[in-house]
Design a protein around this ligand. Structure first.
Ligand SMILES: Nc1ncnc2c1ncn2[C@@H]1O[C@H](COP(=O)(O)OP(=O)(O)OP(=O)(O)O)[C@@H](O)[C@H]1O
Ligand SMILES: [Mg+2]
Length: 288
């Protein structure tokens, strides 16, 4: 099985065309806005003519499909157990966003079978070749497997709010990741910043703490204001970026994608090829 993964990886490296950038959207504290960020950020990237797929890693409690007002037929688990092919598992919205639903049940899987592992590698191989960006919306309760997946991903967007507990939890989360993989690139996003504030001090302090205590540079991607458009959009099950394109938050998000897409392309290519290699190492190590 390991040989097969290696053949797949070599095939990927030899493949023509650029590979997708894989990005994990994480937080320390739950409920800070990861899923709303993921869906709307995805649409902001699509507006810039990028091909984007979201993988809902909130297994068993996935809500990306709810935010998008969709009822997917199949989920990630259906694919992993071989019930469905990858194409059937990928859903598409009318506005061109592709996503794989979290569905339910993965937490109960104790042992990864060979075929599930192979399917997982195949899925990422497929996604990396067919998209510009793969966004992994990570769940609130970080399971062992989801943490392992984060370790394989080189780019991590960390969402926090201005609340001290959210900041300290975001710091702990990054510390944990840095200890395991010092090479991870972190982008910081401060969400729900009170409207009267033009910017956010807390995210600057978070950046400072990362540098001072962990000698780790992080990039501030920006801040998103507290905006009534978010709740209204959640209730309507339509992303605010589409229904309220002129809302302050939509404009900020658009600027963020500017910053994010301008990051060095060569470095991305290298990171993309590292992804499957790391993933393979993590899973093979866990199984020996
Ligand atoms: N910028 C914002 N302005 C106003 N409300 C917001 C904003 N961002 C998020 N919210 C509110 O926070 C709620 C939770 O957001 P979301 O579901 O995206 O968080 P999450 O981090 O994905 O949660 P979980 O950790 O449970 O997966 C939203 O339903 C919305 O009501
Ligand atoms: Mg969520």
């Amino acid at each position: 099985m390991r040989d097969q993964a290696e053949i797949l990886r070599q095939k990927m490296l030899a493949a023509d065309g650029a590979l997708a950038r894989s990005i994990a959207v994480v937080s320390g504290k739950g409920g800070v806005g990861k899923s709303n960020f993921s869906t709307n950020f995805a649409y902001a990237l699509i507006a810039k003519k990028k091909k984007v797929v979201i993988v809902d890693m909130d297994i068993g409690m996935g809500n990306i499909h709810i935010l998008l007002g969709q009822t997917p037929k199949y989920n990630l688990m259906d694919y992993l157990v071989g019930k469905e092919g990858i194409e059937a598992t990928i859903n598409e919205t009318n506005e061109g966003l592709h996503f794989i639903s979290g569905g339910s049940g993965l937490d109960q899987v104790v042992e990864w079978s060979d075929s599930m592992f192979e399917n997982l590698i195949h899925a990422f191989e497929y996604l990396q070749k067919n998209y510009d960006f793969i966004l992994f919306d990570m769940g609130a309760g970080a399971t062992e497997k989801s943490i392992e997946l984060i370790m394989a991903i080189d780019e991590v967007i960390v969402i926090s709010t201005t609340e001290p507990t959210s900041i300290t939890d975001a710091y702990s989360m990054m510390k944990f990741i840095v200890m395991k993989d010092p090479e991870t690139t972190f982008y910081l996003v401060s969400n729900r910043v009170p409207k009267k504030q033009d910017g956010d001090e807390s995210v600057l302090r978070l950046q400072f703490a990362m540098k001072k205590f962990l000698q780790k540079e992080t990039k501030i991607l920006g801040y998103l204001p507290e905006d009534a458009a978010v709740q209204k959009a959640v209730i309507a099950q339509r992303p605010y970026f589409l229904v309220y394109p002129n809302a302050a938050i939509s404009k900020k998000l658009s600027l963020m994608t500017e910053v994010f897409t301008s990051v060095n392309a060569e470095q991305n290519e290298q990171q993309a090829s590292n992804f499957i290699k790391k993933l393979k190492n993590i899973f093979v190590r866990g199984r020996e």
